[in-house]
Design a binder for this molecule. Structure first.
Ligand code: NAD
Length: 510
């Protein structure tokens, strides 16, 4: 969480910070532990966002029991009525869009333009849920026997445990909670400890939109004290998790041992390929946006730029000039291009990877240090960094850094570009810049990733399209679009026999 170093905590001052609470069984309440933590703005440690409960398994148990009880009635509400709530939710979020975005920038650092986008994604997801409420289709299929019909319905499953990261504080919780509720499940939500205030705002608006109080619960606290008890609770039927691959593995084994349905959206090491015939101006813009947007803290961030030899030197030069012009600072300042890292640990990780890159023999093109400008004095800032001369086996080419560090790899041709792109354990997003339609289609087929952009950055998911990855990026589920409704509902198969006889399939008809 965004806590300052001890030497700076004394500087925190001003108005009394807001005291935030859990929302359990229809009431805002403290944790049974009575313990709290402070969350500070990563752009300015002196700015305290608020105090939040440090909850434990007893809080989880209360919330799950409330959600279980609420499921009995919520599952029977017509889907269209549930959908109307999400129309209201979208309207409310439109009304409060800028406030939500400003608080989000203050809480986690990314620039206002991006937090406005994050909020818009949640709005789009709400309206999409409203539309989907009348489209929870099943199938009707002829039977193999006479006077008999077959059909399927989509059924609610039960209590959904939702565990989210901090980098999309509105969009990711919306991607999970809206379809979960729309499908008739009830929710226990554990947000990331770095972005609990945005999560509270979302729950407040869900309640205002008309979600019954017991049907949505929020519990603040750590992965260990809240996340694990939520996964292991016998009355939680499904888990939707977004976060690191390391934690995803742990969750998968705990949920697997209990035969729970679990959706995992995990890390990435996303390549942008630029071929000799690619539009270099667009490729540059995409690389800057992809690598340094959200300070590189996106699962879809461009962390590898794979450039064909003919345009390599020119593009690296263009990249150096443009990157050096990026201004770090508070995301609420319109002059800022790149906000801070979310917390001290994240900046330490970035620093350690820069050292690893140097030790591995990569060439530092620009960045590689903390930003010491006056506007960065009290935050977790790091200069956008580019390494060239990176080879596919280097750690900075293979491991997720989750910060503003871009590794450039030079390749001789298209085939080598694809091979290098695939030489990682992850497979979330990818992109290629080329004017050659044949190579574009081969890339769509051959890049090992859940998402491929042609002549676009590796980022820019739209809420009505499936989102997720292959390899260590997940376990085969997709968020977003129609696919997430499949995760949050169970198929029930029905046979209706109106023959007046007891017909035996596979026997009577052969
Ligand atoms: P994280 O895995 O550290 O934490 C994610 C959430 O899990 C937090 O709420 C955390 O408190 C909780 N948690 C931690 N340990 C847990 C445990 N053992 N059991 C249960 N819950 C636990 O990730 P983060 O640092 O918050 O986010 C960054 C990571 O998320 C990156 O790897 C990034 O690529 C990934 N991410 C993926 C996507 C995607 O859709 N694929 C989107 C955004 C972020």
């Amino acid at each position: 969480m965004n806590s300052p170093t001890p030497s700076t905590s004394a500087a925190a001052g001003g108005a009394t910070p807001r005291k935030f609470q859990n929302f359990i069984a229809g009431k805002w309440c403290d944790s049974v532990t009575g313990e709290t933590y402070e969350n500070h703005s990563p752009a300015n440690w002196k700015d305290i966002i608020g105090t939040f409960p440090r909850s434990n398994e007893e809080d989880v148990d209360r919330a799950v029991k409330a959600a279980r009880k609420a499921f009995k009635t919520w599952r029977l509400v017509p889907a269209a009525d549930r959908g109307n709530i999400f129309q209201r939710m979208g309207d409310l979020m439109v009304k409060h869009k800028e406030d939500i975005a400003r608080e989000m920038t203050r809480e986690m650092g990314k620039v206002l333009k991006e937090t406005m986008g994050d909020t818009q994604e949640a709005i789009d997801t709400a309206y999409y849920a409203f539309g989907e409420s009348r489209r929870l289709f099943g199938h009707t299929v002829p039977s193999e026997l006479p006077n008999k019909n077959c059909m399927t319905f989509r059924m609610p499953i039960g209590v959904a445990g939702l565990i989210t990261p901090w980098n999309f504080p509105s969009a990711i919780p919306a991607w999970k909670s809206f379809p979960a509720l729309l499908c008739g499940n009830t929710v226990v939500f554990k947000p990331a400890s770095d972005t609990p205030a945005t999560a509270v705002r979302l729950v407040e608006l869900l309640l205002e939109a008309g979600v019954p109080p017991d049907a949505v619960n929020i519990i603040h606290g750590s992965g260990r004290k809240v996340g694990i008890p939520l996964i292991e609770h016998p009355e939680v039927d499904l888990i939707s998790f977004t976060g690191s691959s390391e934690v995803g593995r742990d969750i998968s084994s705990r949920a697997g041992a209990r035969l729970k349905r679990v959706s995992l959206e995990l890390g990435g090491k996303n390549p942008q390929i630029v071929l000799d015939d690619g539009n270099l101006d667009l490729a540059l813009e995409a690389a800057l946006w992809g690598a340094f947007g959200t300070t590189g803290q996106r699962c879809t961030a461009t962390s590898r730029l794979i450039i064909q030899a003919g345009v390599h030197d020119k593009l690296v030069d263009m990249l150096k000039n443009a990157t050096n012009k990026l201004r770090c600072g508070d995301g609420l300042d319109p002059k800022t291009d790149v906000g801070p890292l979310v917390n001290e640990a994240q900046r330490d990780t970035v620093e350690s990877y820069v050292k690893i890159g140097l030790d591995e023999g990569a060439k530092l093109v620009c960045g590689g240090e903390r930003d010491t400008s006056p506007q960065c004095a009290n935050g977790w800032f790091y200069r956008p960094t580019v390494f060239a001369g990176v080879t596919p086996e280097m750690r900075i080419a293979k491991e997720e850094i989750f910060g503003p560090v871009l590794s450039v790899l030079k390749v001789k041709d298209f085939d080598e570009a694809i091979a290098v792109a695939n030489n990682v354990d992850y497979g979330l997003s990818s992109s290629i810049f080329t004017q050659d339609v044949n190579r574009a289609f081969r890339a769509m087929r051959d890049i090992e990733a859940g998402i491929t952009y042609i002549n676009g950055a590796t980022i820019g998911a739209e809420c009505h399209m499936p989102f997720g990855g292959v390899k260590d990026t997940g376990n085969g589920h997709r968020e977003g679009g129609w696919t997430v409704y499949e995760f949050f509902s169970e198929i029930k198969t029905i046979y209706v026999d109106f023959s007046g006889t007891l017909q035996k399939a596979q026997i009577d008809n052969y």
